[in-house]
Design a protein around this ligand. Structure first.
Ligand code: IPE
Ligand code: IPE
Ligand code: MG
Ligand code: MG
Ligand code: MG
Length: 361
């Protein structure tokens, strides 16, 4: 049987790799980008294929095996590769994709996988990309180190960027990495807080998730020679799309098909995450439901997942989540509109945004 599942959305097919098998990308020229025409733009599928071709080479030496096997493990489980493709798209919006963009895209994907390993420890998550999380398979201490070394290898890739661009790239990359840490801390702080305001939720998800998407685009655009105004609109596009992306992530954690999504269903509920779904349920629940939710938050039992999901369903939080997603999607699209390039150059990002809104992985 094929080891990929794919989502067809207009012109975009995104492969999600579920098993610890070899990547099953097409052979031949498919991984190379054709560049016969100056203004040619590439789709998500083409760019992710080109990226994967390079990224699937090993990033680590062989020894110590226990460390580097753990580091390589998550990378071979695939993932959507959204951030590196966004870097390439940000680059291609302004110029032909250059080598610097691949170095930065590689650093971004390594950074992302590092955050996932540490995030799964913090969230006590058993599953990721349909397989046991790194710490479940290799133990927490090795997983922490595997994440650390992945971050370092990410920086080694950044160090390959041409010196003319390096200071600007490092400044944005570092600011973003720091913000992700801040967002991750807020996410954990909120687990212990009874009342989290909606604005604080948006601030937290902006930091932990959206800025990485936004920066991926902007980094690519810097390397493509974009002007400041265009860079800023591209960043805001990515930031608002990223908020919608995290709303969808929260939705899928509760209501997605865990087989497809590859994570434990209700993991956020178990961890008392203050997702938009929970905040909205708290807001619209009857006083009896509110009391039940308060009580459920105090227990640490798998049974609470179904009980909380029932309250979510009766409060129609899925509908609210859709509306919220749409709101941020629209703001994102307004910024995309403002970017001063031919509309044909925006098409790949429009398609990517639409796919991200409807994704189920
Ligand atoms: C998961 O990111 C972490 C979040 C910010 C929600 P992705 O959904 O991009 O994960 P992969 O890389 O495709 O597995
Ligand atoms: C994670 O958010 C954001 C980062 C990894 C920085 P989540 O905790 O919601 O991500 P998943 O759902 O575990 O992928
Ligand atoms: Mg998590
Ligand atoms: Mg988390
Ligand atoms: Mg999540």
């Amino acid at each position: 049987m094929d080891n990929t599942s794919s989502i067809q959305n207009d012109n975009i097919t995104v492969h999600s790799f579920k098993k610890n098998d070899q990547m099953n990308f097409p052979k031949g020229n498919e991984g190379e980008l054709s560049s016969s025409h100056q203004n040619e733009m590439h789709s998500f599928k083409e760019l992710s294929s080109a990226f994967e071709k390079r990224f699937s080479d090993s990033h680590f030496p062989k020894e110590p095996k226990n460390l580097y096997d753990a580091a390589q493990y998550l990378l071979t489980l695939g993932g959507k590769r959204i951030r590196p493709v966004m870097c390439l798209m940000g680059n291609e919006m302004f110029d032909k994709i250059n080598e610097n963009a691949y170095h930065v895209a590689t650093a971004i994907e390594l950074f992302h996988n590092f955050t996932l390993i540490h995030d799964d420890i913090m969230d006590k998550a058993p599953l990721r990309r349909g397989m046991p999380t790194t710490h479940k398979k290799f133990g927490e201490s090795t997983a922490l180190l595997a994440g650390d070394v992945m971050l370092v290898v990410g920086y080694e890739n950044l160090n390959k960027v041409h010196v003319d661009y390096l200071p600007q790239v490092l400044t944005l990359f570092n600011r973003t990495a720091r913000e992700v840490c801040e967002g991750q801390q807020l996410d954990m702080d909120f687990e212990k807080m009874a009342d989290v305001h909606f604005d604080d939720y948006v601030k937290m998800v902006t930091l932990k998730t959206s800025v990485a998407l936004a920066a991926s685009l902007q980094l690519g655009s810097i390397l493509g020679g974009a002007g400041q105004g265009n860079q800023e609109h591209l960043y805001e596009f990515g930031k608002n799309l990223g908020i919608a992306f995290q709303v969808q992530d929260d939705y899928l954690d509760a209501f997605g098909n865990p087989e497809k999504f590859g994570k434990k269903q209700g993991g956020d509920i178990m961890a008392n995450k203050k997702t938009f779904l929970l905040l909205q349920a708290m807001k619209v629940a009857s006083s009896a439901q509110r009391k039940e939710l308060d009580d459920l938050l105090k227990i640490n039992d798998e049974q609470k997942i179904e009980a909380v999901l029932n309250i979510f369903r009766s409060c129609n939080v899925d509908e609210w989540a859709k509306e919220l997603k749409q709101k941020y999607f629209s703001i994102a699209m307004d910024h995309l509109e403002e970017i001063a390039v031919l509309s044909a150059r925006k098409k790949p990002l429009e398609e990517l945004a639409t796919y991200l809104m409807e994704r189920d992985v």
